[in-house]
Design a protein around this ligand. Structure first.
Ligand code: GAR
Length: 207
């Protein structure tokens, strides 16, 4: 399965996925391209260091649809079947979601549906939750909304600020993203309504 990874920044989740692929932890997968909407994203150099092809597709004052169309064509030209958003900080157009139905996944640093959008760690600290974590989910047209593949919980400590909490959550993010991609690539899961269940299971879900 050819994977395309979209980044906007540091790219640590991208590196985790790429290393898992090269270590054989995600059998049958290949990272075909890493795309960034930011020309200075530090993750780009990390991707090149790993020997991956990188493509920069900046917004250039275009509409979301025009920008996404260029990204879609880069992905299609390389035969990408699974798109992983790894710190990609732009909402996708519905065109994009339609082209890759249930084939786009994202990671978010909170236990969704809590604390969607930007600054999830700040939101968690300010709200005062005692448990936060991360969520890997399929992407639909709505922000941080699609069916949940996997979540990992992280305790919020009394002395935490957003920075210290994010340092513990990111460790769980890498593990969660690798496991989620492995399950999707292996065809181990299926989507029943909003629920992602192991293939062949979950009949009770539909009553
Ligand atoms: C990660 O914490 C990811 O969950 C978050 O951005 C960070 C990217 O780090 N994504 C979002 O907040 C998306 N809503 P990385 O570039 O090192 O993978």
């Amino acid at each position: 399965m050819k994977i395309g990874i979209l980044i906007s920044g540091r790219g640590s989740n991208m590196v985790a996925i790429a290393e898992a692929v090269s270590d054989g932890v995600i059998p049958g997968a290949e990272v075909a391209v890493v795309i960034s909407d930011k020309s200075k994203a530090p993750g780009l150099e990390k991707a090149r260091d790993l020997g991956l092809e990188t493509v920069i597709v900046t917004r250039k004052k275009r509409s979301r649809e025009e920008h996404d169309a260029e990204i879609i064509s880069v992905l299609k030209n390389r035969g990408v079947e699974l798109v992983c958003l790894a710190g990609y900080m732009r909402l996708l157009s519905s065109d994009f979601v339609r082209v890759f139905p249930n084939r786009i996944i994202n990671i978010h640093p909170s236990l969704l549906p809590s604390f969607k959008g930007l600054h999830a760690h700040d939101q968690a600290i300010e709200y005062g939750v005692k448990i936060s974590g991360c969520t890997v989910h399929f992407v639909d047209e709505h922000l941080d909304h699609g069916a949940i593949i996997l979540q990992k919980a992280v305790e919020v400590l009394d002395e935490d600020d957003a920075d210290s909490l994010s340092k513990r959550i990111i460790v769980q993010e890498h593990a969660a993203y690798i496991e989620a991609v492995r399950r999707v690539a292996a065809g181990e899961i299926e989507i029943k309504g909003r629920r992602v269940v192991s293939r062949g299971r979950g009949d009770a879900v539909n009553g």
